[in-house]
Design a protein around this ligand. Sequence first.
Ligand SMILES: Cc1cc2nc3c(=O)[nH]c(=O)nc-3n(C[C@H](O)[C@H](O)[C@H](O)COP(=O)(O)OP(=O)(O)OC[C@H]3O[C@@H](n4cnc5c(N)ncnc54)[C@H](O)[C@@H]3O)c2cc1C
Length: 373
Amino acid sequence: MPDTSSVVIVGGGAAGCATAYFLAKAGIRATVIEREGVGSMASGFSSGGINPLEGAGIPGPLCELAMASFRLHQSIAPELVDESGVDYGLETISMLTLAFDDDAIPTLTETHRIFDSAGDGFWARWLDSGQATEIEPRIGPGAIRALETHGNAMLSSYRYTLALAQAAENMGAVVRSGNVTGVESSGGRVSSVTLESGPIECDAVVFATGPWSGQVAEWLGVPVPVEPLKGENLRMILPGQPQPTHDIIGGGVSIFHREEGQVWVGSSEERAGFDNEPSIAARDRLMALALRLMPAMADAELVLHTACLRPVTSDWLPIIGRAPGWDNAYLATGAGKKGILISTGMGKAVADVIASGSTDVPTGGLEPDRFEG
Ligand SMILES: Cc1cc2nc3c(=O)[nH]c(=O)nc-3n(C[C@H](O)[C@H](O)[C@H](O)COP(=O)(O)OP(=O)(O)OC[C@H]3O[C@@H](n4cnc5c(N)ncnc54)[C@H](O)[C@@H]3O)c2cc1C
């Protein structure tokens, strides 16, 4: 086990802050180095969906980690809120997925099967358009059928990331502002990370650098195939109207009921390099789709238009564990569209391995060495 103050974590998003939190729980005080501000990138602007049953790699190789991470969210939340003093609003939600034509039915049938067989408080039921309208009278008149699902969760990803950082700090971790520009190493060990202000010595280093993880490939000489996938959300209010009780999904867009009575419309997906500026084209596209889902959105007022970058890998699976050929360098990155959900599992897995050499978090097949050769 390294000196208790000698783990450096590069990146103060959900992945880095979760790693710092679980290290602190294991009695290891880490230093998180973040160049922009904790939760200032995707971790601060995601939709905050904690949805373990569907997505890239689910069903498939991400299944077990997604469910383990979901359970970790549920189990740590009460303590994390207490330890940090930050309530990040984790709550179980229901969703209404609308079909506007027969082509949408096979996907809904599969979602029904998945939720129906999941147990653990998840369920799904078919609704005709009349039943769907009883739940949400404002849905689009073109919906021919709907699926109501229950059991997913949501949270404020910004406040969640702050909570992890704050709780870790309260247990002795340090959050430092700085831009890491490289590492010094010898004999397969990183001895220090280089900041513009000078080096910081370390016994172990965790790279939780999100979409900017390509730089780590240069520093360590190992493949880290992570690229940015831009995503935009519209945060809106519906003046004089109640917030929907369900997240409403269909036709390529979602209307989320989120914090402060807002409805969020999202999320776009675009390969645009490191451009993270909100665009009028994405705004107009999201609004056009949202109006079909819920025509009442015509009365909605835009509060904030956000854009940020998801870290996606070439196989759409996260990269978790020790870098190949290195004794003390670890990666916690590439979580794509599921980085808030699986941040608990990623952070605990890496913290366990640093603290004790192994983990019971199911990360098999997600290790960094899968890209070698
Ligand atoms: C529109 C949108 C909606 C989303 N919705 C969901 C959702 O509903 N559920 C879900 O689970 N996920 C969702 N995601 C995905 C999720 O937000 C990301 O997967 C997650 O936030 C990635 O976290 P991270 O810590 O790996 O990266 P980031 O949040 O990008 O954090 C990485 C940090 O590293 C710092 N950094 C990088 N290089 C350096 C350096 N050299 N020195 C110092 N600091 C450095 C950066 O400044 C950054 O703060 C969504 C994403 C988007 C864009």
